[in-house]
Design a protein around this ligand. Structure first.
Ligand code: SF4
Length: 363
């Protein structure tokens, strides 16, 4: 609790903001990218952007695990559900648009789609109802992949399988840094993911791309410290990897979870919604666990889907190229009640986060 209060200490925040302004006054325009929905929530909820100097911009990258699932993989889950298989998923996956419909639409058509709080709940359902086939739609970054791996190694019943759509964050960061028109100057790396993968996967960014990279936590001060540390590196002209979130992130990460993920998954190229295929950015089940692979078990593999609906700018919001308010549909045709794109569905989606603040500001 004391720790939490310290990270919301207004006097300390004021001092850090002053230091940020001092450092920024000696620099050109600085664009910092984070890749985490929770970071975006903290930044937006606490109005941190309004505290930063005009020449320092913090943009949101592809940090929402639900938003980046390609429509083709949502379509696969829908196809399974419409075949009479029970599809289980997290609640915020339900309304994510596929090419023609969402899992919620499929449910309305009579498909058995169930919301679970964790993969373990899905396995328990499969155990209780052996006469039905169950699929867990496994979405998420390195943070949630270990919980899928835990259930797979336990060898669940034969009527259980996994539609794996896990994605890896460092390859997406590589894509961003190589997009010359984004002109990034620094990364705030995600705290949750880093508790699992540790620091090593980020070493490439300062070493190969001269990109200051700071792993940060989720309190407002964590993020302000992160911005300060990046500006300090830029001023010194010495890009490096730093860990602001030392109270949670070990340099080596969670070794046990990494071992488990390596045992269960192999890395392959993965599609990201609106971004195309990113090399080595997805997990698939290893051949030793292929009996649990829903795609192989039911012969479902959809190569192409409709990622971007007419007028939707999610593919640009996801990489921070535009702000949600620059999408012509924002809070008009696209609202949290009637989302057009995935960024308005999940609580971690940038548009959904901005919508909440916009509504509050208007009320
Ligand atoms: S406002 Fe809606 S349609 Fe526009 S980018 Fe955001 S989610 Fe996509």
């Amino acid at each position: 609790m004391v720790e939490k209060l310290r990270f919301r200490d207004a006097t300390l925040a004021k001092r850090v903001v002053e230091k940020i302004h001092k450092l920024a006054s000696k620099q050109r325009t600085v664009k910092i990218c984070h890749v985490c929905g929770t970071h975006e929530w903290t930044i937006t909820h606490y109005g941190l952007r309004s505290l930063l100097p005009a020449n320092v911009e913090v943009i949101a990258g592809p940090g929402c695990p639900v938003c980046i699932v390609p429509a083709s993989e949502i379509d696969e889950a829908i196809q399974l559900a419409l075949k009479g298989i029970v599809v289980t998923c997290f609640g915020d996956v339900l309304r994510v648009p596929g090419s023609k419909m969402s899992l919620l639409d499929a449910k309305a058509e009579g498909a058995d789609v169930r919301v679970v709080y964790g993969v373990g709940d899905a396995v328990k359902m499969a155990e209780k109802e052996p006469d039905k086939q169950f699929v867990f739609f496994a979405i998420g970054f390195e943070t949630t992949a270990p919980s899928t791996a835990v259930e797979v190694v336990k060898k669940p019943p034969e009527n259980m399988s996994f539609l794996v759509s896990h994605r890896l964050i460092p390859p997406a960061m590589k894509l961003l840094v190589e997009m010359k028109d984004l002109s990034l100057n620094g990364f705030i790396a995600p705290g949750h993911v880093s508790t699992i993968i540790g620091l090593k996967p980020y070493e490439v960014f300062p070493r190969l791309y001269n990109m200051p990279t700071v792993v940060a936590g989720f309190e407002p001060l964590d993020i302000l410290f992160g911005v300060y540390m990046i500006l300090r590196q830029l001023k010194e002209g010495k890009p490096r990897l730093e860990n602001e979130y030392v109270r949670a992130v070990l340099p080596e990460g969670n070794v046990k979870a990494q071992k488990l993920m390596r045992k269960v998954f192999e890395v392959e190229n993965g599609k990201w919604r609106g971004l195309g295929t990113i090399p080595n950015s997805a997990f698939k089940l290893r051949s030793s666990y292929e009996t649990y692979d829903s795609r192989l078990k039911y012969g479902v593999k959809i190569e192409h889907g409709v990622d971007v609906r007419p007028g939707c700018k999610c593919h640009l919001v996801i990489i921070g190229k535009i702000k949600p308010t620059e999408c012509p549909l924002f809070m008009k045709a696209c609202t949290p009640q009637n989302p057009v794109g995935p960024c308005m569905v999940s609580m971690e989606g940038t548009c959904r986060i901005w919508a909440r603040t916009t509504r509050r500001a208007e009320s």
